[in-house]
Design a protein around this ligand. Structure first.
Ligand SMILES: C[S@@+](CC[C@H](N)C(=O)[O-])C[C@H]1O[C@@H](n2cnc3c(N)ncnc32)[C@H](O)[C@@H]1O
Length: 248
């Protein structure tokens, strides 16, 4: 996960009020990056439980937590539908997990089942609604993002979960306290590793017949993206990252 998005997540968690001593449940924790951020915020007197339905990323999460020597963080293989049996928490947090839920309102209700009354729920989701380049067209940037969004959409994800996030949180019965949207911005000097994300997703892009390996030409994609920004001098807004928190 690129650092610019991690920085957004860290700010969101801190602004939402995660602090020393809290018990935090991270739903759909994946490889544990968000769990580790929470662990640093709650300190040794707090606790973090990361849950995910997939075994492979949990192994990475455990290794990362061990490497940081975090004794307040543990991980369990568990669907968020089973969150209710996981204990009682002061905060429930989730990043890029609601987009995969067929019924995100129900998923939030399940995720916050173990949240104490007055506790905080924090969610962060991306949105692929195109942000038109203002200065000049940037066709390769738009194409690269479209490959990613089309692939994830074809796999059943809702790439407009960001715009739907605030409404979904309210429908799930939380009292919405805050909503924000930040953009992933690139300039000739400041890049975002779009080509590395495309590289990681390439087998799925090809499998879903979104593009061929020849069309993507992954080994030159990073250079071609940079060349497009340098040649035009343009600023590109790739996607919006929405953050919300609400109370139970
Ligand atoms: C895009 S990854 C995000 C991982 C992590 N939250 C992050 O931002 O680094 C989505 C994760 O959600 C998990 N997931 C999706 N639906 C889930 C569910 N119903 N219960 C538990 N985990 C789920 C997937 O297994 C995957 O690890």
């Amino acid at each position: 996960m690129p650092n610019v998005v991690d920085a957004m997540t860290e700010r969101l968690l801190a602004d939402a009020g995660l602090r020393t001593g809290m018990r935090v449940l991270n739903v759909g924790c994946g490889s544990g990056f968000v769990s580790l951020m929470a662990a640093r915020l709650v300190g040794e007197s707090g606790q973090v439980l990361g849950i995910d339905r997939s075994a492979a990323p949990l192994k990475t999460a455990e290794e990362l937590a061990a490497r940081e020597g975090l004794s307040n963080t543990r991980f369990e293989r568990r669907d968020l539908a089973d969150a209710g049996g996981a204990g009682e928490f002061d905060a429930v947090i989730g990043r890029r997990v609601l987009l995969y839920q067929p019924d995100p309102v129900k998923a939030i209700r399940q995720a916050i089942a173990p949240l104490r009354r007055g506790g905080i729920a924090v969610f962060q989701e991306h949105d692929a609604t195109p942000l038109s380049p203002w200065q000049v067209p940037l066709p390769l940037h738009q194409q690269a993002h479209q490959w990613l969004w089309d692939t994830v959409t074809r796999e059943g994800a809702n790439m407009h979960m960001g715009y739907e996030l605030a409404g979904t949180v309210s429908k799930a019965g939380l009292t919405l306290q805050h909503v924000r949207a930040e953009a992933i911005v690139q300039t000739p000097e400041i890049s975002y590793p779009t080509h590395e994300i495309v590289r990681a997703v390439l087998p799925r892009i090809v499998q879903e017949s979104i593009a061929t390996e020849e069309q993507v030409d992954i080994d030159t994609l990073g250079d071609r993206l940079r060349e497009e920004r340098v040649r035009t001098g343009a600023t590109y807004l790739g996607e919006l990252v929405f953050g919300v928190w609400g109370t139970k």
